[in-house]
Design a protein around this ligand. Structure first.
Ligand SMILES: *Cc1c(COP(=O)(O)O)cnc(C)c1O
Length: 455
């Protein structure tokens, strides 16, 4: 399959290039030049596959010029052996609403689903290329942990993770900073997530620097992550065996919900995708009324969604504008100046596929409380936002993506119900192990210097 940048369709890339680069040199995001669209018969053939089999079929459509189907199949099996659930994901009910539990991987958030796969994909790449790669990634809490777990101890790979100092939960931080491996470096930035992401982006755009350290990125713009996440939308549709299906997706960087949109574009009968945000509601404002103007980031109970500019939204802009990279590039200039309002005609197109809602802090706590009292289930604050958005829209028969294990956010659940879930036994040790991280100023130069000194 050939890929292009959302900002320039004249240059083509293969899977290996887009996987290793992550972001196009022109600042755009990679998208496939064309998409496979399944018809009913083809969907029926996928219906009875197990999770790994389905992953192989879906991902292979995008990666076959890089890895053979057989090798992909064993790579996927190996990736998901680290999960506590045999089928990787699991369904449960809160009242009428169904939850798709995506947090049974090693670091207790849905990010593991894509990241365990990606870690092995790097290893596969390096088995054929004599190189050393330095991964640099910004995290709002969960990406970093998932990436570190996937990369730790792998040869010829280093990983540098930037998190916003004091703005993620202590359990989130400890899962990252207690890993004692020579190739893992944690950096706490005095700033918020957007600051961390901006530093990583500037490092990438400094081509001299990024080439000199052979820098690669695993944040949610990496296409390999998106395709691994699209799989559980297919899986849910087949397992729940409904005519159509809708999903409510707790959203930050628009990666997870974009994976659902991709599944829909590939022919999966998805009705609506609900974009559920916390008080950082730019995506809700954008989808409900076209207002894509960012404000100051607020710290909330659901820190993994404390994001204003959602990188993956660019992919939606691209598709909504008929895959026109010139228009996309122009719009992204406006986004950069923080002056983009979505045109009415485009908004109509977006609203065919998406609904949105936002839950404030009080509502999030109430959802956690209500679901505990009524259903005896402790929701993590991100999942609670997903449930809350579905309720507000009276969309009761949708599947809510449950993106994190509640034990990762004890402060939030304590303030809602005075209770918190215990960490699974295999992670108990992180609570009192020594932490290792470097605090740095919100400065690209300082981070570059630090990284240079370690590679
Ligand atoms: C990352 C994350 C999200 C948001 O996912 P995006 O792909 O960034 O939209 C939601 N919930 C949890 C727990 C997360 O870690």
């Amino acid at each position: 399959m050939k890929y292009i940048s959302t900002r320039n369709s004249s240059k083509e890339y293969n899977f290996e290039q887009i996987f290793i680069k992550g972001l196009a040199d022109d600042g755009g995001l990679f998208v496939p030049k064309s998409l496979k669209k399944f018809n009913n018969d083809e969907l029926n053939k996928l219906k009875n596959l197990d999770y790994n089999g389905l992953s192989t079929e879906i991902i292979n459509l995008f990666s076959s010029d890089f890895i053979s189907k057989d090798e992909l199949s064993s790579l996927i099996k190996k990736s998901y052996l680290t999960f506590r659930e045999k089928d990787v994901v699991k369904f449960s009910n809160v009242g009428e609403i169904k939850l798709l539990e995506l947090f049974h991987g090693p670091t207790l958030a849905f990010k593991d689903v894509a990241m365990q796969f990606i870690g092995n994909l790097y290893e596969y790449y390096l088995s054929k290329n004599d190189q050393k790669i330095n991964i640099v990634v910004a995290t709002s809490g969960d990406t970093g942990a998932a990436a570190i777990d996937a990369i730790k101890g792998k040869s010829n790979l280093n990983i540098f993770v930037l998190h916003p100092n004091n703005r993620i939960s202590s359990v989130q931080r400890k899962i990252m900073t207690t890993i004692d491996e020579k190739n893992v470096f944690n950096i706490a930035i005095d700033g918020n997530f957007d600051d961390c992401q901006n530093i990583v982006k500037s490092m990438f755009y400094d081509l001299e620097f990024s080439k000199s350290i052979n820098m690669s990125g695993v944040n949610s713009i990496n296409w390999a992550r998106i395709i691994a996440q699209a799989v559980y939308y297919f899986y849910s549709y087949f397992k729940l065996d409904q005519e159509t299906i809708s999903f409510s997706v707790p959203t930050g960087n628009f990666g997870d919900v974009f994976a659902g949109y991709l599944a829909k574009k590939m022919g999966l009968p998805i009705d609506k995708l609900i974009v559920a945000t916390n008080e950082n509601d730019i995506l809700h404002r954008a989808i409900s009324k076209g207002d894509y103007v960012s404000k100051q980031v607020k710290e909330t109970l659901s820190p993994s969604m404390d994001i204003q500019l959602a990188s993956n939204f660019e992919r939606l802009i691209y598709y909504v504008n008929n895959s026109d990279s010139k228009i996309t590039a122009d719009i992204m200039k406006k986004v950069k100046q923080n002056s983009y309002n979505i045109e009415k005609s485009n908004l109509d197109i977006i609203q065919k596929d998406f609904l949105s809602e936002s839950c404030n802090e009080r509502e999030t706590l109430e959802i956690i409380k209500k679901n505990y009292e009524e259903n005896n289930i402790i929701l993590d604050p991100h999942t609670a936002v997903g449930v809350g958005a579905a309720k507000k829209l009276s969309f009761n028969d949708c599947v809510v993506l449950s993106t994190a294990h509640p034990c990762k956010f004890p402060d939030a659940t304590n303030s809602a119900i005075n209770k918190h879930e215990k960490l699974p036994d295999e992670l108990q040790h992180v609570l009192d192990k020594n932490e290792n991280f470097q605090v740095l100023k919100n400065s690209t130069e300082d981070v570059k210097k630090f990284v240079k000194s370690k590679v």
